[in-house]
Design a protein around this ligand. Structure first.
Ligand code: DGJ
Length: 756
């Protein structure tokens, strides 16, 4: 049983395979405390962990020191304005302007599986983890603040086999008068800074997304978040706390990932008493939601993961959780078609004949999906017009998408199209007809970004109109794949359709609108392969994975930069979700040149494709393409379903990068090594593998991605060394191999391990 309840002592113990989470209610007032979260423990009664002082410590017996108690107690879900000065979980403003709220225990319910609660994320139109009844159990803790007419349901779903807990919160107005919810976190966690803790976050920028940042927890607050309306390039909705000695392989790590695609905040606050509170939820900057008597509001879900096996263990749990329980697409475990995308191939400079030339060459090289990116609609020849006018530019494309789609299909390829449905250019028929459909504040200039404005997706008529245009094209042009882009942050966030006291809801209603239209699309077209994108990877979050099994990772396709972007992304997200393409050199973003095979090896760690004009490749590179595609299909299921291990990080060592994926049955594994910077006077380097079966014997094949291009010197030496031999898993994991030194920057090697 995964949830144990001692009703008398008011203890709730949530056990997964290797972890325990204990909640204890203390005092006659019913303060709900978080007594423990970490490696599995046998005892449930660990309420002593909550003590804040040696004297009678709760207000029931020592009300004289109520405020210090409030300020130190490890609240499961902290209120506001009653003496707890750490980051709160819930804040309201009532009709008198009063803000204090202090929720205490009322009751609990246990549920089989993970029901779709009335106050849960799924019913509110948000992405939600799904699972069968025998995989998990859900605890609903009900807290109340009777004076404020607030009732909260705290949901906790615990998996038997996965060390993950899914949390969310519903707030109800149990009174007769309206109040405003101004903050509602999805999760709060208190961890003791003993031994000392590090905070890991994923900040970034356009083309430099999700860079792993690790820093010591210091007194005070560290806050990550987005107030841009999207999860953003600048801050992924994720944070981990790790013991400072924790590594990829070892040590205690706690992960916090928000399943949401809009404004978010994650705050880690270390107080003077050395306890670290980590809160996570919808961004409260500018947020307020009006609740009348009897109404409720649901938070997004947060996925918490505990790992006693370092950061690697945390990543593997997130990969299993998101692959198995958030991605709904039928493609999630299927071989994805290898695509060629027209963006870096042609940008806006194309017509149907040019596209077909590229498509023909791609088809001849075994590419399976041709994707037409930006520039095909309205009168678009640059980024300054036509967003919103979702009909083909007949001057460039006589016969429209229908003709191009037909020709692409005749080549035996699937046909994909780019849309940016949330946007409108001032220079567009749509904007001229409906200027009030863009988010704006009457009387103010609307701030343009990339010449574009944001449509008010909180309005159903706007969504219906856009959806009508897109869905009819999907039907008429036989579109098999959609790339959904989103290229700016929100400004002047005000909706012409809502009253003044509901304008604080627009950011969240916008996100709900995006979810609504994506849901309609994937429901109406279940065979459609759907890829999300946002200025590269600005909306790479677990929420989007509910709709699309893959997301474009970054506009930076440079193989070296991608090492860091993909390392950061794979800290939380499965490799099967990372859009990764081979492009030409010098790279369009960094101007760096790397070998064609290395570019392919890096892109093989994600959903593989090309971002180039295949007619312009050298013959040698053209010949390599079908072999690279064959490698993608050969290793596809391993990459999609296997366990990921990060072996080396170029980000940390400035020399080389390495990762491996091991099949669940441990019979095969693929290791990739990229020597980024060569250095003289270096011997061969030791590389220890992970995740193998120590009892099994493995052969090691050095994968030659292109039979006509000789292996680089080091890879050739490796091949000779391993030929005809086998090694036990224990040897490979403990002694490891010596990767032969090689000269030349950016040299990649792939090793395929097969158990005999
Ligand atoms: C940003 C995306 O990340 C690119 O891949 C491309 O689709 C452009 N937008 C097109 O405008």
């Amino acid at each position: 049983m995964s949830i144990f309840v001692d009703e008398k002592k008011r203890i709730f113990k949530l056990d997964s395979k290797n972890a325990s989470y204990v909640i204890s209610v203390v005092d006659k007032e019913g303060f709900v405390g978080q007594a423990y979260y970490g490696a599995k423990i046998a005892d449930a009664d660990v309420a002593y962990m909550l003590k804040t002082a040696d004297y009678p410590w709760t207000p029931e017996r020592y009300n004289r020191e109520r405020v210090p108690f409030m300020d130190y107690f490890a609240f499961e879900y902290a209120g506001y304005g009653s003496g707890d000065y750490r980051p709160s979980c819930v804040e309201i403003r009532d009709e008198h302007g009063a803000t204090a709220v202090n929720p205490v225990y009322k009751s609990f319910k246990l549920h089989k599986g993970k029901p779709e609660f009335e106050g849960g994320a799924a019913k509110a139109g948000m992405p939600a983890v799904f699972a069968s009844e025998d995989e998990c159990q859900t605890l609903e803790l009900i807290l109340e603040d009777a004076a404020a007419s607030v009732e909260l349901s705290l949901y906790y779903t615990v998996f038997d086999e996965l060390d993950a807990i899914i949390k969310s919160v519903c707030i109800r107005n149990t009174g007769k008068k309206d109040f405003f919810v101004t903050k509602l976190m999805s999760s709060s966690m208190t961890l003791e800074n003993e031994p000392s803790l590090d905070i890991i976050s994923l900040p970034g920028a356009w083309a430099r997304e999700r860079r792993i940042q690790r820093q010591k927890a210091m007194y005070g607050s560290f806050k990550a978040g987005s107030n841009r309306g999207i999860s953003s390039n600048q801050s992924s909705p994720f944070m981990a706390v790790a013991e400072s000695t924790a590594t990829q392989r070892e040590g205690n790590v706690w992960g916090f990932s928000l399943i949401y695609s809009g404004n978010h905040e994650i705050e880690a606050f270390l107080n003077a008493n050395d306890s670290l509170r980590v809160t996570m939820g919808i961004g409260s900057d500018g947020f307020s939601w009006k609740l009348s008597g009897g109404e409720f509001f649901a938070s997004p879900e947060a996925a918490l993961v505990y790992s006693g096996e370092g950061l690697g263990g945390m990543s593997r749990t997130y990969h299993d959780l998101y692959r198995g329980h958030i991605i709904r697409s039928k493609y999630k475990f299927m071989d994805r078609p290898v695509l060629l995308n027209s963006w870096e191939a042609a940008y806006f400079d194309f017509d149907t004949e040019k596209l077909l030339g590229i498509a023909r060459e791609a088809a001849a090289r075994k590419v399976e999906l041709f994707v037409l990116d930006d520039g095909w609609f309205g009168k678009r020849n640059s980024d300054d017009c036509s967003l919103g006018d979702w009909y083909a530019n007949e001057e460039k494309m006589p016969g429209g998408l229908e003709r191009l789609g037909e020709e692409v299909h005749k080549l035996g390829m699937k046909f994909g199209v780019w849309f940016e449905p949330e946007m409108v250019n001032p220079d567009s028929d749509l904007y001229r007809a409906h200027p009030d459909w863009a988010l704006h504040v009457d009387g103010r200039t609307i701030s343009e970004s990339r010449h574009q404005l944001v449509l008010d997706y909180s309005r159903k008529e706007v969504r219906d109109f856009i959806y009508g245009m897109i869905s009819s094209l999907v039907r008429s042009a036989g579109i098999d794949y959609i790339k959904w882009d989103m290229n700016r942050n929100l400004t002047e966030v005000w909706s012409a359709a809502l009253p003044a006291d509901r304008q604080g809801e627009v950011f969240h209603r916008y996100v709900l609108g995006v979810y609504d239209i994506m849901n309609r699309l994937v429901t109406d077209f279940p065979d459609l392969l759907f890829e999300n994108c946002s200025s590269g990877g600005a909306r790479f979050d677990a929420g989007m994975l509910y709709y699309s099994p893959q997301i474009w990772c970054s506009d930076d396709t440079d193989a070296v930069e991608r090492l860091a972007v993909q390392e950061g992304t794979a800290l939380v997200f499965p490799l099967s979700t990372m859009g990764a393409h081979v492009s030409v050199c010098p790279n369009h973003v960094t101007a760096r040149s790397t070998p064609f095979e290395t570019r392919a090896m890096v892109a093989l760690a994600g959903t593989f494709g090309y971002e180039l004009d295949m007619t312009k490749l050298s013959d040698a590179d053209k010949n390599a393409v079908p072999q690279q595609i064959a490698a993608y299909h050969r290793f596809g299921s391993l990459m999609r379903e296997g366990d990921y291990y990060r072996l080396q990080s170029y980000r940390e060592n400035n020399l080389w990068d390495s990762w491996m994926v091991v099949a669940k049955d441990k019979k095969t594994a693929l290791v990739t090594v990229v020597q980024v910077m060569t250095q003289p006077s270096r011997k061969s380097r030791r590389l220890r593998f992970e995740g193998l079966d120590s009892e099994k014997q493995y052969s090691i094949e050095v994968v030659q991605l292109d039979k006509d291009t000789p292996l680089h010197q080091g890879a050739e030496a490796d091949r000779d060394e391993f030929a005809g031999r086998t090694f036990s898993g224990s040897t490979l994991m403990n002694a490891g191999i010596m990767v032969h030194r090689t000269t030349g920057d950016f040299q990649g090697t792939m090793y395929c391990l097969t158990a005999k």
